[in-house]
Design a protein around this ligand. Structure first.
Ligand code: ATP
Ligand code: MG
Length: 313
């Protein structure tokens, strides 16, 4: 029997050191991982923090704040870009809303001020019966003007909120004949010839009340801005719908005004010798677009104007 013995001290020493190293290293690693994780998460979430701060700064009065983060193609970067785009759209729509309200108030003030002037003049001293009658006529005119304006403003405000059913069969020939009939006296009063050329039947899809409003606005302008000559309306079937043109031999429109003609409250006649709020064409344009159609204008100063409406069947 052979017995050998060796000391385990070195092995145990190594194991003990290993254990210590594992403990210390493990603890240090945990701390480093925690700190690193925290730092990384903080960095990744920093844009979100910035979004929170920006969102807190935004109010309906001031929508100009933007994140403007450097573009990165990750989830947060895309969220930031979407957030900025949304702010841009909101800003634009609030701006338009404010502009609309400002313009509307301005337009409403004019007839009201005129009414106050008429009343002030009448009440300043006792008047004769014909004077009272004249004043009442003037007041009635202003009231009518207010009525039209309020109607148009309400129409625009409602149309933004709700869309009516735009897919009912409408016979354009019948509709146009009806409108031309009702505006005939207005044209006759100014000595303007009103002619209508349509096929026997011209069916499209739409809402007849809105379409009537569209053509009344165009014809109203054609008659209003024509001093002599005529206004002609013609309609024809098109490959995918119908085309209606309203042309007049009136004052015409200078080229620089054409791009803005369909803007709300836009008027060429800055001196305001003719009455109007500049809403007729904006409404006509809205209606044409709501029908998936379009409306275009061609004109030269002194050469009359032609408005062409495309509608889908
Ligand atoms: P509203 O229709 O609200 O009573 P308006 O007629 O002035 O007022 P729009 O119908 O929107 O407003 O027309 C805008 C502007 O375009 C008018 O002020 C006018 O200067 C010009 N315009 C429109 N139609 C014609 C036309 N047929 N001939 C010449 N100018 C026109
Ligand atoms: Mg008009």
């Amino acid at each position: 029997m052979v017995q050998t013995a060796a000391t385990l001290a070195t092995v145990e020493g190594t194991l003990a050191r290993l254990l210590t190293a594992l403990f210390v290293g493990g603890a240090a690693l945990t701390v480093i991982a925690a700190l690193g994780g925290y730092a990384l998460a903080a960095r990744a979430l920093q844009p979100i923090d910035q979004m929170t701060r920006t969102a807190r700064r935004i109010s309906a009065e001031d929508l100009s704040a933007r994140l403007d983060l450097p573009a990165t193609d990750d989830e947060v970067g895309r969220l930031a870009v979407t957030f900025d785009e949304m702010l841009g759209r909101l800003d634009e729509s609030f701006r338009r809303e404010r502009q609309f309200t400002a313009n509307a108030s301005h337009e409403l003030r004019t007839p009201l001020a005129a009414m106050q002037v008429i009343l002030g003049v009448v009440r300043a001293q006792p008047r004769t019966t014909p004077e009272y009658e004249a004043a009442i006529d003037d007041l009635a005119d202003e009231a009518e003007r207010l009525q039209t304006l309020v109607d148009r403003l309400l129409y625009l405000a409602r149309r933004d909120a709700q869309r009516s059913d735009l897919r009912k069969p409408v016979d354009l020939t019948f509709l146009l004949a009806d409108i031309v009939d009702s505006l005939e006296p207005l044209a006759a009063q100014k000595g303007i010839a009103l002619t209508l050329r349509t096929p026997a039947r011209l069916m499209i899809q739409g809402d007849s009340d809105s379409l009537a409003r569209l053509f009344v606005n165009l014809l109203d302008n054609a008659i209003k801005y024509t001093q002599q000559g005529g206004v002609s309306v013609s309609a024809a079937a098109h490959t995918d719908g119908a085309t209606v043109t309203v042309s007049d031999s009136g004052v015409g429109i200078a080229a620089e005004h054409l791009p803005h003609l369909f803007d709300r409250f836009y008027r060429v006649d800055a001196a305001r010798t003719t009455r109007g709020a500049g809403l007729g064409l904006a409404i006509a344009h809205d209606i044409a677009q709501a029908h998936g159609g379009d409306i275009a204008v061609s004109s030269q100063i002194g050469q009359g104007a032609t408005f062409t409406v495309h509608l889908l069947s």
